[in-house]
Design a binder for this molecule. Structure first.
Ligand SMILES: Nc1nc2c(ncn2[C@@H]2O[C@H](COP(=O)(O)OP(=O)(O)OP(=O)(O)O)[C@@H](O)[C@H]2O)c(=O)[nH]1
Ligand SMILES: [Mg+2]
Length: 345
């Protein structure tokens, strides 16, 4: 899953990218979009790994894309800058919380830039469809063009009133029909506020939380500086600053969940692994994460919830205590499920 890191110039995107992934930002590369992978920490996977002692333990990951910053009031160039984010699954918006105070307005201005960039794409497409509809075409083609036009006009109206395309609550088939335009305002968004030392321990402003209820404050630069210190110095500085722990692990989990994802596990002596899967997805989707063959030949999933497994301690006990279940294709995967897929090949 590729997540774009977006925001205004100098808000701390590259700092956050470095902090989340450990990869050093390269200013030249970030103009084109620099990618690096972060492992999503999960204490449950650590526990399972200690329990099964597998040869390999594999966490789920997020691929982050660092991008060039938007420049306020440069509406001509910002759509091009935002273009790098089009093929990302979702956006992490980094707000400058270390030198700017009006965070709600910063987020609104960022969202407006996305609306504006999407509007350009939708308006262009509508223009092309209008031309196409004037030409003689087979009835079937005309019908398809008219349907697309009607849908895009709804999206255009929403964008023109400065509302994200997502606010239309499109049906799945409608979203699919316009997926190829990769609209930014249809993507999931998670807000990280890049705070300085003086923001630690302070709640985020209420007007920001109204716009982005899950926004997290992260002292990214400070945490990276602290990591370079000796253990003793670090403890002393953290006590001084009133920092209880590092925010990175929590931020990674929050971004993962904020993208509508949850986790299921596969376990065994060879490998214990955490897999990301969209909330609400069924067992066949889970199987397809592992291997397309497992999805195609899906017969059943053996499922034990993580909490149940911890209580009983083994698959054998899980069976005798009645917490081991056999589920079919339509089973909706729950966060923390330990699954074994049975497939016919
Ligand atoms: N004082 C302070 N400076 C910060 C903080 N976060 C980032 N900076 C500084 O702000 C400048 C910009 O940070 P970057 O992470 O490069 O910002 P960016 O969003 O990637 O910038 P562009 O890629 O140019 O859009 C750098 O000089 C950082 O050291 C912070 O929390 N406190
Ligand atoms: Mg940068």
């Amino acid at each position: 899953m590729k997540i774009g890191i977006a925001g205004f110039a100098g808000s701390g995107k590259s700092t956050v990218f470095h902090w989340l992934t450990g990869a050093k930002p390269d200013p030249a590369a970030s103009q084109r979009g620099q990618v690096a992978v972060a492992k999503v920490p999960d204490e449950r996977l650590t526990w399972l790994s200690n329990h099964f002692k597998p040869k390999k333990t594999t966490p789920t990951t997020i691929e982050f894309l660092d991008t060039p910053g938007l420049v306020p009031n440069e509406q001509r160039d910002n759509p091009r800058r935002l273009g790098i984010l089009r093929d990302a699954f979702g956006l992490v918006v980094v707000l400058n919380g270390y030198s700017e105070s009006d965070l709600a307005s910063q987020l609104s201005r960022f969202r407006f830039e996305c609306v504006f960039a999407d509007l350009e794409i939708v308006t262009n497409r509508i223009g092309k469809l209008e031309d196409q509809l004037k030409k003689a075409k087979p009835a079937k083609q005309k019908e398809a063009d008219q349907a697309e036009m009607a849908l895009l006009q709804r999206v255009e109206a929403s964008l023109k009133s400065e509302q994200a395309a997502a606010s239309l609550g499109l049906r799945e088939d409608e979203e699919k029909a316009i997926r190829s335009f990769q609209l930014l305002t249809l993507k999931r968004e998670f807000v990280l506020v890049n705070i300085g030392d003086d923001g630690i321990g302070k709640p985020l402003p209420a007007d920001l939380l109204k716009l982005a209820p899950n926004a997290l404050a992260v002292p990214a630069k400070l945490e990276m500086e602290l990591e370079e210190l000796s253990e003793a110095d670090r403890q002393a500085f953290m006590a001084d600053l009133g920092l209880k722990g590092f925010a990175r692990d929590e931020a990674l989990r929050a971004v993962h969940a904020g993208m509508g994802q949850q986790v299921f596990f596969t376990v065994g002596e060879d490998e214990c692994r955490a897999w990301g899967i969209p909330k609400g997805a069924d067992a066949v989707v889970g199987a397809s994460q592992i291997h397309t063959d497992l999805a195609q030949g899906f017969v059943r999933a053996e499922v034990v919830g993580y909490d149940d497994f911890r209580k009983v301690g083994s698959m054998k006990e899980a069976k005798s205590k009645g917490v081991y279940r056999l589920e079919g294709k339509t089973y909706i995967v729950t966060d923390g499920d330990i699954m074994h897929i049975l497939a016919s090949t």
